[in-house]
Design a protein around this ligand. Sequence first.
Ligand SMILES: Cc1ncc(COP(=O)(O)O)c(C=O)c1O
Length: 406
Amino acid sequence: MDIIGEEEKQELLEVIESGYLYRYGNTDDPKFKAKVWNLERSFANKLGSKYGLAVNSGTSALLTSLWALGISPGDEVIVPGYTFIASITSIIFARGIPVLAEVDKTLTLDPMDVKRKISSKTKAIMLVHMLGNPGHIDEIKQIAEDYDLIFIEDCAQALGATYKGKSVGTYGDMGAFSLNVYKTITAGDGGMVITDDEKLYERAFAIHDQGHLPLRQGVEQGKRTILGLNFRMNELTAAVANAQLNKLDKIKTKLAQNKSLLKNRLKETEEIEFREILDKEGDAGTLLTFFMPSKKSAIKLAKKLNCVRISESGWHVYNNMEHLLGKMTVTDEKCPFVCPLHDIGEVDYEKGMLPQTDDLLERGINISVGVSDPGLGSAFGVKINSTEQEIIDAAETLKRAIKSSL
Ligand SMILES: Cc1ncc(COP(=O)(O)O)c(C=O)c1O
């Protein structure tokens, strides 16, 4: 949000002056700039994927991917208990069953628990690259191959993150991204899907636009093979997203500088344990996360910093998803229409069902480096445009607060 400026304004003006607000326009008219189409190509190119599809949110990107991949009623999809609720709800609305698994010190899926959660109904694993940091891609990909499972990457919080030199989202069968205001780049709202598989791309395109083939002209009656809905992105959103995408490298460099300055200053604070980062070059750098030695000290620290522990950061912790917890059945009022879990009976999601995740999150603190999201508990920290002195001051405040909370 802090880097929205002249470039976004110019891109938007082009769309408004062209009169083409819809993703489809007259390609013979030089005024039509095809912003959505260009975004799709440049996003895919930048990340090293064959196909990109723009949609209207990260949630739509996940749902479109799950449908394209053929998740069907009763299929189990393993997903971490620490994630934004959309990772879980998209599975439910695809009529699958989310099976919650533990996270480890990376705060992403623990491969050992994933293996434990595999059953005869398991169809897919959704790895969520939480807080800008790539998860155990090699291990999860291997498990998916060994058990013949689909591998989906939820990269909503990790645009800019790479693993072994390749962008997140390019390892799985499909990768989903979000462009909402709490992400590395933003267009207000919006989402992107990437895949290397032409068939999956065509299916995803059809799902996002009433069954049509990519780049349809007009109605294309007679050519539609599957039913779809409308998750289209419009030209205005794509205009902002294009300008933001051009700034991604600059944003990542600045976040890395901020983060290493902040982290280096905390190096001598031996009482805290930093979150495990599996690929130091690959971290998107949006947040700095660490664990306090005890729940008690973490409570004290959060109070001093005027933030909350990760376990209290409402939206992203399964324990706090009151609309998910408890039994989900056909008669359940939490599902206002036909309950997506209707076909498979009752499923229990209980508070405390993931003790390893609970322990880490109860001791975990998120410090903002460039993304300050109350939903992540990261009210304390620095901004992308903070000066060196401001970052040093924040680190000193943090150090003192940690020492006095032990
Ligand atoms: C991990 C994760 N998945 C999915 C989403 C959904 O994205 P959107 O808000 O764009 O629908 C988010 C958004 O916060 C997220 O953090």
